[in-house]
Design a protein around this ligand. Structure first.
Ligand code: DPP
Ligand code: ZN
Length: 854
């Protein structure tokens, strides 16, 4: 059947106690021998043994307990191999297979494939079935013993190395794991090596494997790994559990990285960094993702998911953990603001359109389509809410219980919630709706003030409502933790942060005995992933921006001022005076964290403004939005010219480059000032900076400014000459052009770039750089003539037969199409229908497009 349902879950009828694999690696004819030790789950059950296996996996031989079964008892169908119950003993038995596969022909980068002459694997979610016949599901867990034969000089798999001879190694992973965590790498590689001594004194060898020539760009990854290992011991009491931890950098990789047990495989862009080639943002992401994959060792590997509907059990929790890690390594308020920006830009957008789904979906066609912002980022927000509701100590107790109770399990969201119920005695029935219901709740706040001789009373009445999403027309009220503080008219806090626990559709909360009427600071730290509306004027927002002691709420007040201005301007109404004035005061405050000031100074992007308009029930006009943002930015630059120039000069960082929070923050503020000044200085500063900067952060910022001013050609040429053979820098080169180009020329720019011989589009990074770069240019992608839609649709159709995962992922750039005007809607629909009509379209892309058209 095509659609998979959560309700249909049944345990696998056989227990698999051991997996032995033997690989003879040949690029176009790799042989894989598998010995699988099965036992019936219940004796006398008489069930067929169904193994998963892709159509391209060539079966060479098959025996059961050493004997070839009667061919009549073996059926090969689509993606399965079935051995009839009659051919199986009612006792433990061994299935032995040999298959042949062709890694060289594998362009999907799923299963075993080749990248730059090296063999590597990607098995999550269902890649293992493209390597051999196997019960390829996460609840079948066993130990793996793996032999590798190859003439490549480095041969790696999961677990510990137990044997090594010429042209061969043998690995044993003692921790039972599902097939999606299997990995193998064989290549001509070199390592950066170090070691880590765990809490209990065990020494672990650490290696970051890269291609020769890249070794001087791997140090930061190693440092990040060591910080991650230490942090997980301190924050969660989690220790590493093998003798070695290997990381391998690979150029062709669909995802960011993969947490295979003891052998993490990374997209090289999340490993390799030097000041000349990587930006501050790249460094921060490397640290965060190295942490993320390492943290999976406990949340994902030791405790895995029962089935793929439970994906957010490991991903939501692991994102939450990597967010905590980055907060601890850098600035917590800045990290929170950036996470909320991402959540709104990606997840709120998903939740508001045809692809909306709950963090735990109950059906899917293609699981690869569910590695989404909702599963990951909203999955993390839900845990943040849980922690806010029960408090830090109870959270730690619940997590200890989770590790204790479920170590070695393939668990569910129900198991997860039960742990919290048992640890705290709290009923989480209502809370569970956060996992099962899609859509972003809209929360409205109304204030009422009354005075008596005993003092003033402030009543806050909240009303919640979640709009319908596909398949879920009505939603019950959710429990929403609302963090609120009160600020007196003189700017002093009269009530520090309190968590109001909203459980009803509409609910009031009163604060008595107040002196003068306070200003309400609501949803501090973004205490719940909701859209808050309230009746508030610009003066009050400016007051909060100036006085709120909660950094998130302060930033949010400024953000709201900016968005209100842009919403008005994009509709031809006046706006922006309050924002321009308030932002001037804020950035002049030299005591405030430069990173925070930079965040306040960056205007909301076009996409965010479009989303707000659409939330207000207004059809966004991409050209008007673009124009409004240009105008407001120019006004800020003109009004605060001197101040911005002073900031630009004073935030210059001298000395050797460091990616740490403090110098990065200064560069961020400096760049924010530059991008405003660039609108009135003709690109002069950017030109000088591009020529003098020694780090990629400032050079990329300067380049972006120059492209915006229509004078990027020389700089682009210089970069090409300097870094033409550096794939990661060239990815930036390909993405910045369509992204920063003026909307009217961006599609033409993208088309030209797509003709270049170095547009190696089968490489996912390069493809995403160019096609994703264009779709990130809101007014260009949504060009009224449909040229942006057509360009992206062409490239989705071209990628689909080569790498369906990447094509399907790219198609989600269309998910907002229903919110635009009739002309654009019609053009987008034509593009989507054209994709849908392709003969032989992959299951991945077909599911995405049909959900968007439905
Ligand atoms: N590699 C992906 C991640 O870590 C899927 N597990 O999120
Ligand atoms: Zn993950």
């Amino acid at each position: 059947q095509i659609v998979q349902y959560l309700a249909d879950y049944r345990p696998y009828p056989f227990i698999l106690s051991e997996t032995r694999l033997d690989f003879t690696l040949v690029p176009d004819a790799t042989r894989v021998k598998a010995i699988l030790s099965f036992a019936p789950r219940d004796s006398g059950q008489s069930q067929d043994l169904v193994l998963d296996g892709g159509e391209e996996v060539k079966l060479i031989s098959l025996t059961i307990d050493g004997h070839e079964p009667d061919p009549a008892h073996v059926t090969r169908q689509d993606e399965t191999l079935t051995i009839a119950a009659t051919a199986l003993p009612d006792a433990p038995f061994t299935v032995e297979t040999e298959v042949e596969i062709n890694p060289m022909a594998n362009t999907t980068f799923e299963g075993l494939y080749m990248s730059g002459g090296m063999f590597c694997t990607q098995c999550e979610a269902q890649g293992f079935r493209h390597i051999t016949f196997y019960p390829d599901r996460p609840d079948v867990m066993t130990t793996f013993r793996v032999g590798i034969h190859s003439d490549q000089n480095v041969l790696l798999s999961n677990g510990n190395l137990i044997g090594q001879k010429e042209c061969g190694t043998e690995w044993y992973d003692p921790w039972p794991k599902p097939s999606y965590l299997f990995a193998l790498v064989a290549g001509n590689l070199v390592a950066i090596s170090d070691s880590f001594t765990t809490l209990s004194g065990r020494k672990v060898d650490l290696n970051v494997w890269v291609r020769p020539g890249d070794e001087d760009r791997a140090d930061f990854a190693m440092e990040s790994l060591i910080r991650s290992m230490k942090w997980d011991e301190e924050a969660y009491g989690r220790e590493y559990d093998l003798e070695v931890f290997n990381i391998v950098a690979v150029d062709d990789f669909n995802m960011g990285a993969m947490e295979n047990k003891g052998l993490n495989i990374f997209n090289s862009k999340l490993v390799l960094a030097s000041p000349e080639t990587a930006t501050d943002g790249d460094y921060e992401r490397i640290e965060g993702v190295i942490g993320h994959e390492y943290f999976h060792n406990w949340t994902g590997n030791r405790i895995t998911c029962r089935d793929w509907f439970q994906l957010c059990l490991k991903e939501g929790l692991t994102v939450f953990r990597d967010q905590q890690f980055t907060s601890d390594m850098r600035s917590a308020p800045v990290k929170r603001i950036m996470d909320v920006q991402t959540l709104r830009a990606r997840q709120f957008r998903e939740d508001a359109g045809p692809l909306a789904h709950p963090p735990r979906p109950d059906h899917y066609e293609e699981i690869n389509n569910f590695y989404t912002a909702t599963v990951y980022e909203k999955g993390a927000e839900v845990i943040g809410m849980l922690k806010r509701l029960i408090g830090d100590d109870s959270y730690r107790q619940a997590l200890d219980l989770y590790f204790d109770r479920h170590d070695g399990d393939a668990a569910t969201i129900e198991d997860w919630l039960n742990v919290f119920q048992d640890a705290t005695g709290r009923d989480l029935t209502q809370f569970k709706h956060w996992y099962t219901d899609a859509g972003t709740p809209h929360l409205n706040m109304v204030e009422e003030w009354s005075e008596t001789t005993a003092g003033g009373t402030l009543t806050l009445t909240f009303t919640q409502n979640t709009p319908p999403t596909p398949g879920q027309p009505d939603k019950p009220a959710r429990v929403i933790p609302i963090a609120v503080g009160l600020i007196g008219p003189n700017g002093d806090e009269v009530l520090p942060t309190q968590i109001l626990e909203m459980t009803q559709a509409s609910q009031g909360f009163s604060f008595e005995g107040l002196g003068a009427r306070p200003v309400v600071s609501a949803l501090r730290d973004f205490s719940a992933p909701v859209i808050l509306t309230r009746n508030i004027d610009d003066d009050t927002r400016a007051f909060l921006l100036a006085n709120d002691p909660n950094p998130f709420a302060r930033w949010e007040a400024g953000r709201e001022l900016a968005i209100a201005a842009l919403v008005a301007l994009s509709q031809g109404q006046p706006g922006g005076d309050s924002y321009v004035k308030a932002i001037g005061q804020l950035i002049a405050d030299d005591d405030a964290d430069p990173a925070f000031r930079a965040l306040c100074l960056n205007l909301p992007g076009d996409e965010e403004i479009a989303t707000r308009l659409s939330t207000l029930g207004i059809e966004p006009d991409p050209d008007a939005i673009y124009q409004a943002r240009q105008d407001l930015a120019r006004r800020i630059a003109e009004t605060h010219q001197d101040l911005l120039a002073r900031i630009y000069d004073s935030m210059q960082v001298s000395g050797a480059y460091s990616p740490d929070a403090e110098p990065s923050a200064k560069r961020a503020l400096r760049i924010a000032a530059l991008s405003l000044l660039n609108r009135i200085d003709g690109g002069e500063r950017a030109e000088i900076l591009f020529g003098t900067a020694t780090n990629m952060t400032e050079r990329m910022a300067a380049l972006t400014c120059l492209i915006r001013r229509g004078r990027g050609q020389t700089a682009l040429q210089i970069l090409l000459e300097q870094f033409g053979d550096n794939r990661l820098v060239m990815d930036k080169w390909f993405s910045v052009q369509p992204m920063a180009a003026p909307p009217e020329s961006a599609v033409a720019t993208a088309r030209e770039l797509a003709q270049r011989s170095d547009f190696d589009w089968k490489n996912p990074n390069r493809y995403r750089a160019l096609i994703g770069g264009l779709s990130a240019n809101h007014a260009a992608f949504h060009a009224r003539d449909g040229s942006g839609y057509n360009f992206v649709a062409e490239w989705i159709m071209k990628m689909d037969p080569v790498n369906p995962q990447i094509a399907a992922r790219m198609s989600s750039v269309f998910e907002t199409w229903p919110r635009y005007d009739t002309v654009r809607r019609a053009k987008a629909l034509v593009a989507l229908e054209q994709i849908a009509a392709v003969a032989g379209l992959s299951r991945n892309t077909r599911e995405m497009v049909s959900r968007m058209i439905a």
